[in-house]
Design a binder for this molecule. Structure first.
Ligand code: BGC
Length: 269
């Protein structure tokens, strides 16, 4: 799929670690110029490392600070990127976090932090991206679609998740955000889709893979019997950002080693 994104500008939120970092590397390898967004100053060194890996491999990009839950910062980041590169072609709405707690012990702060970043952050970034796509209009020299948005959802837009109600709620909301945008802007040739990862080996779910016992227990949920890697998600993000997927919009694509076929039912139920 080399160069399928040549000449396109891709902004990846939350790209200083985890899935976002993997997606940034994959999009850059496919020819996009990438904006590696990081949330706060403390994560700049990690973003710089991601960008260095990209440029060492022959790719191009910049790093950009912005807390996606803050409207003024989101507006400024998009304005800066448009000023520097002329436009944005692809938004990977990826930034997300967990603040886990039993529901009866969950604080309003834990609830708000997750909803603000995972859901309101996707609203704010999608709104700026769509404003830019509409302002700029088609760019047939780089893509059939006028713009592409990929929302990083989760298997938990489908699988309820006790102990993580704030997170599962944010992902359920992302499904309707994504589908409603695909419906509202399809006639402007803007494609909006979600990637729904299962267990991908990143810092967000370290507890699920860092000991052999934890990993064994995780495998009971994954028919394909391996944990996912950020590159698995990167490969799908390249496909969904490119014209290879031009007829796909409004779709949630699960990439989870089979987690959503509910392996527990293979011998039971
Ligand atoms: C969560 C991970 C979890 C995975 C599968 C993801 O959305 O962020 O912590 O391992 O879903 O349950």
């Amino acid at each position: 799929m080399e160069s399928v994104l040549k000449g396109q500008i891709a902004l990846i939120t939350g790209a200083s670690s985890g899935i976002g970092a993997g997606v940034a590397k994959s999009l850059a390898a496919a020819g996009a110029t990438v904006v590696v967004n990081y949330p706060v100053e403390a994560t700049k060194p990690a973003a710089d490392d991601v960008l260095k890996e990209i440029t060492d491999a022959g790719g191009t990009g910049i790093v950009a600070q912005c807390d996606v839950s803050k409207e003024d910062q989101v507006i400024k980041m998009f304005a800066d990127v448009v000023a520097q590169f002329g436009t944005v072609d692809i938004l990977i709405n990826n930034a997300g976090l967990q603040r886990d707690a039993k529901f009866d012990e969950m604080t309003l702060d834990q609830w708000n932090t997750v909803i603000n970043v995972n859901l309101t952050g996707q609203f704010l970034c999608a709104r700026e991206a769509i404003r830019e796509f509409l302002r700029r209009g088609p760019r047939p020299e780089v893509s059939v679609a006028t713009g592409k948005i990929i929302c990083m959802s989760s298997v938990h837009e489908l699988i309820p998740w006790g102990g993580h109600v704030n997170y599962a709620t944010s992902k359920g909301g992302i499904r309707m955000l994504m589908q409603s945008l695909a419906q509202e802007y399809g006639d402007r040739q803007i494609r909006v889709n979600s990637i729904c990862p299962g267990a991908i080996q990143t810092p967000i779910n370290r507890a699920a893979w860092e000991t052999p016992q934890a990993l064994n227990s995780l495998m009971t949920l994954i028919p394909y019997n391996r944990i996912g890697q950020p590159q698995d998600i990167g490969n799908l993000a390249v496909f969904l950002s490119s014209d290879l997927s031009d007829y796909i919009t409004g779709a949630s694509i699960f990439i989870d080693g089979g987690m959503t076929v509910f392996e527990g039912f293979s011998t039971n139920g």
